[in-house]
Design a protein around this ligand. Structure first.
Ligand SMILES: [Zn+2]
Length: 278
């Protein structure tokens, strides 16, 4: 079926499950996520990030997501991840993307409100959904400082003024962690979920331990972003495979690699309680 918006995936502020957002970088990743969604009967988000746009191009990535989504009967949303530039948001919406995230988290509060509001209006005019971010989820080896965590009063004001459909918050996770070690501030999350009328988003989930993910769903997280963990799975699978059999056929290697990614996606869908929600 045609890809849909975040609001059409079945997940709401009230559901006891979260939808997985999986960053895709090429056709192999897209097929791996869609296969897992079919096997688990789970909705899923195919997320197009800026590094992948650099790698493959915006139009080729979006159109591959759209055409592969149309082959399946589970609800799939195509979503632009971490746009910091209004022009790329506009271009993605013109290409028919279903959802966009504007990341103004590094801007001062008023500028973040102003630019995110603009993106929300553009998205809604195109029948798409929009995600904003308040608080900072850092990258790499940095850990999260208290000042980077989401401030509840600012988050409420941000959600009200911008009209975002989904709101990304900073609770202790870090982008780009290659293994799961981080814990989250669950009491901050409970407070945010009680006070904010839209579903909350967790970024950097590859670095968060499973128990903390389950608790976060209990406490109000409804969209969970996974990127690095899937790249790690494919890279380690392929590097082992090449070591074991340097004469193997590359397409077969990639196909098996996709299967490994797909299993990792399916495991997360079960962890997020999104299996059988499609
Ligand atoms: Zn992120």
């Amino acid at each position: 079926m045609n890809p849909c918006t975040l609001n059409q995936l079945g997940v709401t502020r009230e559901t006891p499950w979260a939808v997985g957002h999986f960053n895709i970088h090429n056709q192999e990743f897209i097929r791996a996520v869609v296969r897992a969604a079919e096997a688990e009967r789970s909705p899923a988000i195919l997320a197009v990030g800026m590094m992948s746009v650099k790698y493959m191009g915006l139009e080729p990535l979006i159109s591959a997501c759209q055409s592969i989504s149309r082959e399946t009967s589970v609800p799939i949303a195509v979503h632009l991840d971490h746009a910091r530039d209004i022009d790329i948001v506009r271009e993605a919406l013109e290409l028919g993307i279903n959802s966009v995230m504007f990341d103004g988290s590094s801007l001062d509060f008023e500028e973040n409100v102003e630019k995110t509001t603009n993106v929300v209006e553009m998205a809604h005019d195109c029948g798409a959904t929009a995600e904003g971010e308040i608080g900072i989820v850092p990258h790499g080896t940095e850990s999260v400082s208290q000042a980077q965590m989401t401030n509840p009063a600012l988050a409420i004001e941000f959600a009200e003024r911008t009209g975002v459909d989904f709101l990304a918050v900073s609770l202790g996770s870090v982008h780009g962690m290659k293994s799961a070690a981080a814990s989250l501030d669950q009491s901050l999350l409970q407070q945010l979920h009680e006070q904010i009328p839209v579903p909350l988003v967790l970024h950097g989930a590859s670095g968060v331990i499973d128990e903390q993910i389950s608790l976060a769903i209990e406490h109000g997280i409804r969209k969970i972003n996974v990127n690095t963990g899937l790249k790690v799975v494919l890279k380690s699978f392929l590097s082992n495979r090449f070591k074991e059999d340097s004469e193997s056929d590359l397409l077969q290697d990639l196909d098996l690699g996709m299967e490994a990614v797909s299993e990792s996606v399916a495991r997360r869908m079960r962890l997020f309680n999104s299996s059988n929600q499609a």
